[in-house]
Each structure stands twice: as structure tokens, then as C-alpha cells.
Ligand binder design. Structure first.
Ligand code: SF4
Length: 65
């Protein structure tokens, strides 16, 4: 799986970090998402897909399998 994030869309809700703190972090200064792993596999890929579905700003996109 390949992930992309859009920091312009991110509203710093933090749902992605709650689901997958190994894949996503938030900037200290404003809470905007930081992608830690753009190519998760296995269980991590499943959690990445869940994070993309939960993100209220649609800022996480799965661009490949
Ligand atoms: S869930 Fe979406 S809006 Fe919230 S921090 Fe993550 S990417 Fe940003």
C-alpha cells in the first residue's frame, strides 16, 4: 500500500494517530499530520486504511495497493 497525506486539508483532528501512531504523527506546533511510513504492509496497511476512512478532512489517500 502507498499512502499520501495532504497537510493543507488536515484539520489536526488526530484520528489517524489514535488508530496508527506508528504511521502518523502530528506536528508539535499546530497538530498537522506528519506521515511516518508511506508504504505500510500487513496489519499496518489495514490500520492505514482505517485511518484514511476515519479522517474527517479526507487528508489521507491510499494511492496504491
Ligand atoms: S485524522 Fe486527518 S485531519 Fe486528523 S490529524 Fe489525521 S490527517 Fe489530519
Amino acid at each position: 500500500m502507498h499512502l499520501e497525506i495532504d497537510q493543507e486539508r488536515c484539520c489536526a483532528a488526530g484520528q489517524c494517530v489514535l488508530v496508527a501512531d506508528d504511521l502518523f504523527d502530528q506536528r508539535d506546533e499546530d497538530g498537522v499530520v506528519v506521515l511516518l511510513d508511506a508504504n505500510p504492509e500487513g496489519d499496518a496497511a489495514a490500520r492505514a486504511a482505517e485511518a484514511a476512512a476515519l479522517c474527517p478532512a479526507a487528508a489521507i489517500t491510499v494511492v496504491g495497493s
